[in-house]
Design a binder for this molecule. Structure first.
Ligand code: 13P
Length: 285
């Protein structure tokens, strides 16, 4: 089974030189880098045939760069995970799940554990996606339990945060995102947090066609990175990847990823079309 060539597992792990877009920075005289990462969240879309042909199309179109110059993941519905893992077997594209439960096994009807997801071939798992927070009603505390269990179970969480429109309009963006980050990562030490990718997804930009401007996104990403520096240390803050999500598409991907603190994209709608998603992956290189 293939895995992405570069997976963040520990901040102490040395990073290989890559040809793609990396954010390089200097810290205490050392050069460090963040490799670009593009993930496609298929949400509640596709079917058994469509999920495999979409995976094939993405693998085909990004063959020369996926896993090398840019880390790539697709995040299908649970029932298609194994078929998609099989379809991507010869590629360097990782597969992630859209959610998980924090208990390992037992009487939790309808839920799915980290070991089941690993068994199915998952590398990543989304935790705290805004649709789970606001449609299903997940709290920061529940999201924290999921992030913690994901790391303990050997999955790499993509931990999502983001403010609602009324919160942005009331100038509460920083306050809301700060609270989500602090509560979502509560109790995790620097080593564990190094397994996390953060995704900033302003709720008002998701599925609306209304993308945050690169400057709006960059401001929040920089704020999150500063916060991580306060919560942990400067190295962790510089090494952790922070993705943007919310109406990302081929036409705006490059300008978003050009920003200093935007290390990649978490793509919804545009990841359902192989050509569009491949174009976004290419924009990261
Ligand atoms: P859209 O790209 O469709 O706005 O969705 C973003 C998202 O929620 C990805 O997780």
């Amino acid at each position: 089974m293939s895995v992405p060539l570069l997976i963040q597992t520990s901040i102490n792990k040395s990073r290989g030189e890559t040809a793609g877009q990396v954010k390089k920075f200097r810290l205490s005289g050392k050069f460090l880098m963040r490799k670009a990462f593009v993930a496609g969240n298929w949400k509640m879309n596709t079917d058994s045939q469509g999920s495999v042909s979409l995976a094939d199309g993405v693998a085909c179109g990004s063959m020369d760069i996926a896993g090398r110059s840019v880390d790539v993941a697709v995040i299908p519905p649970f029932v298609y995970l194994q078929a998609v893992v099989r379809a991507l077997n010869q590629s360097h594209i990782a597969v992630g799940a859209q959610d998980m439960y924090y208990e390992e096994k037992g009487a939790f009807t309808g839920e799915i554990s980290t070991s089941m997801l690993k068994d199915a071939g998952c590398i990543y798992v989304l935790c705290g996606h805004s649709e789970r927070r606001h449609v299903i009603g997940e709290s920061d505390e529940l999201v924290n339990k999921k992030v913690t269990a994901a790391i303990s179970g050997g999955l790499l969480p993509i931990f999502c945060v983001g403010e609602k429109l009324e919160e942005r309009e009331a100038s509460q963006t920083n306050e809301v995102v700060t609270r989500q980050v602090k509560r979502g990562l509560a109790g995790l030490d620097v080593e564990k947090v190094s397994a996390v990718t953060i995704a900033y997804e302003p709720v008002w930009a998701i599925g609306t066609g209304r993308t945050a401007t690169p400057q709006q996104a960059q401001e929040v990403h920089a704020m999150i990175r500063k916060l991580l520096g306060q919560m942990y240390d400067a190295q962790l803050a510089e090494e952790l990847r922070i993705l943007y999500g919310g109406s990302a598409k081929p036409g705006n991907a490059a300008e978003l990823m050009r920003e200093q603190d935007i290390d990649g994209l978490l793509v919804g709608g545009a990841s359902l079309n192989a050509d569009d998603f491949v174009a976004i992956i290419k924009a990261a290189v």
